[in-house]
Design a binder for this molecule. Structure first.
Ligand SMILES: Cc1cc2nc3c(=O)[nH]c(=O)nc-3n(C[C@H](O)[C@H](O)[C@H](O)COP(=O)(O)OP(=O)(O)OC[C@H]3O[C@@H](n4cnc5c(N)ncnc54)[C@H](O)[C@@H]3O)c2cc1C
Length: 386
C-alpha cells in the first residue's frame, strides 16, 4: 500500500495490518479476477484467513476472538479489500453478524457458531431485505409464528449476500403485527440446512464471488433458543449492527479504490505520450491527486467512526456518512483510474472494471445513499426537534 494510507497505529494493530497486507498481496490480489469466474467463496482461503486471525478479531476471547477494538477490524478489512473486495465480505459479515450474536444470542448459541465463524469454518448471512423492499426494512412480512417449541418461519428474504453459500442466516422476521412496523420484528439464527429452506442466486453485475439471492422459508421450524434477545427487539439489533458495518464498508471500498490509485500512479510513470511520461501532464496527475485526497478524507472519517464506537460514543450519523461517501468516492476513483489507463483500462485484462462493478454494489447494499442521507438528517435534527 502507498504511504499516504498511513494512520497512526499501535504495535498490535500494525502487526495485524502487516499480516493482512501480506495475505492480500500474496493470496488475494493475484487471483482477484480468476475468482470472479469461479463465482464462489474459496472456503480453503477463508480457513487460511481464520488461521491468521483475520476474521472477527473484535469478537470476545470466550468465543475464539481476540476482543480487539473495532478500529483493528477496520485496518484488516481495508488491507484485505485492497487485494480482493469480495473476500473482504467474509470479514465484514463475520464482524457484523458476530457482534449482533455476541450481544443478543444466548451464550450456548453464540458458543455453537462464533468459534466456527472466527476460524473460517462457517459463514453467516444477514437476511433482512425482502422482495417488497429494502429501504423500508422495518416493514418486512416474513412471518415467525409461535408454536409450543419455538417458531415456524414462512416467507422470502431477497437480495441476500452469500444466500447460497452461508451455513446459517441471521433472519429478521415478523413476530408481531404488520401494524407494529419495526417494533414487531425479531431476530433468529437459522442453520441453512434446516428442512424447508431453499435458495436461489441472482445474475449480478459484480461481486459474483459473494453472490446474492433469495432464501425461501417454507414451514421452517426454529427452536425458541435460536431467537436473539426479546421478541420485537430485532430491528434495533440490526440497526446497531449497521452502525459498525457502515464504517467497515467505507474502508472496504476505499481499500479497493486505493489499489486502483496505486496502480495508476505507477502507470503514469511508465506510459509515454508526446515524448514524455504521462505524469508530466497535470491534467493526468491532478485528478489522481484530488482522488488521493478524497480517499484520505473518507479513510479518516471511517477510522474516527470506529474510534467513537470503541469509546462507547454515539456514531450513527458518522457511520451513515462513511457508507454515503465510501462507496461513492470509491466508484469515482476507480472510474478515473480506469480512464487514466486509456484503452488498457477498458480491457477485461485489468482489474479496474471489476473493481468498479464490485464496489458499485455497495452503493446499494447495506442501505442506499438516500437512506444514509435520511439517517444523517434525522441525527442532525435531533437537537432541534421539539
Ligand atoms: C451488493 C448488494 C448486497 C446486498 N446484501 C444484502 C444482505 O446481505 N442482506 C440484506 O438483507 N440485504 C442485502 N442487500 C439489499 C439492500 O440492502 C437493499 O437493496 C437496499 O437496502 C435497497 O432496497 P431496495 O433494493 O428494495 O430498494 P428500494 O427500497 O425499493 O428503493 C429504490 C430506490 O428508491 C430510493 N428510496 C427508497 N425510499 C426512499 C426515500 N424515503 N427517500 C429517498 N429515496 C428513497 C432508494 O434509495 C433506491 O434508490 C444487498 C444489495 C446489494 C446490491
Amino acid at each position: 500500500m502507498n504511504s499516504n494510507t498511513n494512520i497512526p497505529l499501535g504495535e498490535e494493530q500494525q502487526a495485524f495490518r502487516t499480516t493482512a497486507e501480506r495475505f492480500a498481496r500474496e493470496r488475494l490480489a493475484p487471483r482477484y479476477q480468476a475468482r470472479e469466474q469461479e463465482a464462489k467463496i474459496d472456503r480453503a482461503l477463508v480457513r487460511e484467513m481464520g488461521s491468521l486471525g483475520l476474521i472477527g478479531t473484535d469478537l470476545p476471547e470466550r468465543h475464539g476472538g481476540l476482543g480487539l477494538p473495532s478500529e483493528t477490524t477496520g485496518v484488516i478489512i481495508e488491507a484485505l479489500a485492497y487485494g480482493d473486495l469480495n473476500v473482504a465480505y467474509v470479514q465484514l459479515l463475520g464482524s457484523l453478524c458476530g457482534q449482533i450474536i455476541v450481544h443478543h444470542a444466548a451464550d450456548d448459541l453464540a458458543a455453537q457458531w462464533l468459534p466456527r465463524v472466527i476460524s473460517g469454518e462457517a459463514l453467516i448471512a444477514l437476511a433482512l431485505t425482502e422482495p417488497r423492499g429494502g429501504s423500508d426494512a422495518g416493514n418486512l412480512v416474513l412471518s415467525a409464528r409461535p408454536t409450543d417449541r419455538g417458531y415456524v418461519l414462512n416467507g422470502e428474504k431477497s437480495s441476500i449476500s452469500i444466500a447460497d453459500q452461508a451455513d446459517a442466516a441471521l433472519v429478521f422476521a415478523r413476530t408481531g403485527r404488520v401494524e407494529d412496523g419495526a417494533r414487531g420484528v425479531s431476530a433468529f439464527l437459522v442453520p441453512m440446512n434446516e428442512p424447508g429452506i431453499t435458495t436461489s442466486r441472482f445474475t449480478d453485475l459484480g461481486s459474483k464471488v459473494v453472490g446474492r439471492g433469495s432464501i425461501f422459508f417454507d414451514d421452517v421450524q426454529v427452536p425458541r433458543s435460536n431467537r436473539l434477545g426479546d421478541e420485537g427487539a430485532g430491528f434495533a439489533q440490526v440497526m446497531r449492527g449497521f452502525d459498525f458495518s457502515r464504517a467497515l464498508i467505507g474502508l472496504q471500498c476505499i481499500g479497493a479504490a486505493q489499489a486502483s490509485l496505486d496502480e495508476s500512479w505507477a502507470y503514469v510513470c511508465e506510459r509515454q505520450t508526446f515524448g514524455a511520461p504521462l505524469y508530466r501532464n497535470q491534467g493526468v496527475t491532478f485528478p489522481l491527486a484530488e482522488y488521493a485526497s478524497m480517499a484520505a478524507a473518507v479513510r479518516q472519517l471511517c477510522y474516527n467512526t470506529l474510534r467513537l464506537r470503541d469509546s462507547g460514543l454515539r456514531h450513527t450519523a458518522e457511520a451513515a456518512m462513511c457508507k454515503l461517501l465510501g462507496p461513492k468516492i470509491a466508484v469515482d476513483i476507480i472510474h478515473q483510474c480506469l480512464l487514466t489507463h486509456g484503452h488498457y483500462g477498458w480491457s477485461l485484462d485489468l482489474p479496474h472494471q471489476q473493481r468498479l462493478r464490485d464496489v458499485m454494489g455497495l452503493e446499494i447494499g447495506d442501505g442506499t445513499a438516500q437512506i444514509m442521507k435520511l439517517i444523517i438528517a434525522r441525527e442532525m435534527l435531533k437537537p432541534h426537534a421539539r
